[in-house]
Design a protein around this ligand. Structure first.
Ligand SMILES: Cc1cc2nc3c(=O)[nH]c(=O)nc-3n(C[C@H](O)[C@H](O)[C@H](O)COP(=O)(O)OP(=O)(O)OC[C@H]3O[C@@H](n4cnc5c(N)ncnc54)[C@H](O)[C@@H]3O)c2cc1C
Length: 348
């Protein structure tokens, strides 16, 4: 049994801790739960197949991440006897017009053979969208991806923490310096990584989500996630008619998580565009800090201080987080991995 100290308890640290503890390793997590923790703020969409990003290493990671989710959730829920909020109601992807819908349909369905877990991919005429999402606009044609899913970041972290403890690990709410920790040190500090090391360089984006309620009965948790135009998406967030729309993307060096009135007005306007026939009651704006590397590929490997760093999970960290945990735990336990982790252990 080896000793591991994990500094940072977002999805990266929590998932690695869970998988190591499951193998019987001795694990202690230190997390100070900064305001702006990305995992807590996340929208939790698991649908990597619709992205237009071409980076193959990134795609291998998120594809394997989405593939692993159902088995991972089953195992975690059995261990903790607690729901994680995972649901797989599919994803409705909206497009500006029929031509772009057709191109997107061809691009997405071409990935099906290599990713059968994405389920069926179907074109939807504008008039059919409301059958799946009653109050959503019928202004745009869509593609429906059956395997699209969503996880609640907060519930997932609660379950992972419980799972770590159930497998004999420790979880402490503490601010620590990774250079002063015992055993093999795994540094998963998200946006705050620059406090203790500068390789790889981690930058962050401030991302805001507007949480709102529709002034009509709606089954938010039963509806598919919606990938709107550009970077906009809509997810159900709770029982009844509660949804969230986002996000904004602001590169910043600041760590403030105070919501901005300007962004709130912009997101409210976007919500009205997607739900044109119902009143929208704003509830709150949540702010998270997404950690990025320079080329947006996660970093997984040792740094110059011989600390194992996992960071830069970017905008798909909840998708990749569980499989990163599985792979890093296998690698650090001297076992074979499914992914080639050397692909992610680069320096700029
Ligand atoms: C608004 C928003 C929406 C998103 N939507 C999606 C989505 O739909 N799908 C998807 O796949 N991904 C999404 N993401 C991305 C995903 O949430 C992130 O990539 C992921 O959560 C990053 O996890 P992390 O563990 O690296 O960092 P974090 O979750 O930020 O965790 C880092 C933790 O380390 C702690 N820490 C730092 N330094 C120390 C120290 N010295 N001592 C102790 N603790 C320390 C911090 O307090 C924090 O708790 C979204 C992100 C945001 C912000």
């Amino acid at each position: 049994m080896k000793e591991f100290t994990i500094v940072g308890g977002g999805i990266a640290g929590a998932s690695i801790a869970y998988h190591l503890a499951k193998k019987g390793q001795h694990v202690t997590v230190y997390d100070r739960f900064d305001q702006g923790q990305a995992t807590f703020a996340s929208a939790g969409i698991i649908c990597p197949w619709t992205s237009q990003r071409r980076n193959k290493k990134w795609y291998r990671l998120v594809q394997e991440g989405a593939r692993y989710y159902p088995a991972f959730i089953k195992d975690l829920e059995q261990t903790t006897n607690q729901p994680t909020g995972y649901k797989q109601n599919g994803a409705i992807c909206l497009f500006k017009d029929d031509r772009i819908q057709q191109l997107a349909y061809e691009r997405i369905s071409a990935k099906q053979e290599a990713s059968p877990e994405m389920g069926s991919v179907t074109k939807m005429a504008k008039k059919d969208v409301k059958a799946l999402h009653p109050y959503l606009t019928d202004y745009y044609p869509a593609v429906f991806v059956e395997g699209g899913g969503q996880i609640d970041g907060e519930s997932l972290l609660t379950s992972l923490k419980k799972g770590v403890l159930a497998h004999g690990g420790n979880w402490l709410v503490e601010d620590v310096d990774p250079r002063e920790c015992q055993g093999t040190v795994i540094y998963t500090a998200g946006a705050w990584a620059g406090e203790f090391h500068d390789q790889p360089t981690i930058r962050h984006q401030r991302a805001e989500l507007l949480h709102f309620q529709l002034d009509e009965d709606a089954d938010a948790m039963g509806t598919p996630v919606v990938m709107g135009l550009g970077p906009m998406y809509i997810v159900g967030t709770g029982a009844g008619n509660s949804f969230a729309i986002g996000t904004t993307h602001e590169k910043t060096e600041e760590f403030s998580v105070a919501p901005s009135a300007e962004n709130k007005a912009y997101l409210h306007h976007e919500a009205e565009r997607y739900f044109p026939d119902v009143n929208i009651d704003d509830h709150k704006v949540s702010v998270g800090l997404r950690p990025f590397t320079r080329d947006s590929l996660p970093f997984i490997g040792y740094n110059d201080d011989n600390i194992f760093v996992v960071n830069g999970l970017g905008s798909t960290g909840l998708t990749a987080g569980p499989v990163i945990g599985r792979e890093v735990a296998a690698f650090l336990s001297g076992e074979e991995t499914t992914l080639n982790l050397a692909d992610y252990g680069y320096y700029e």
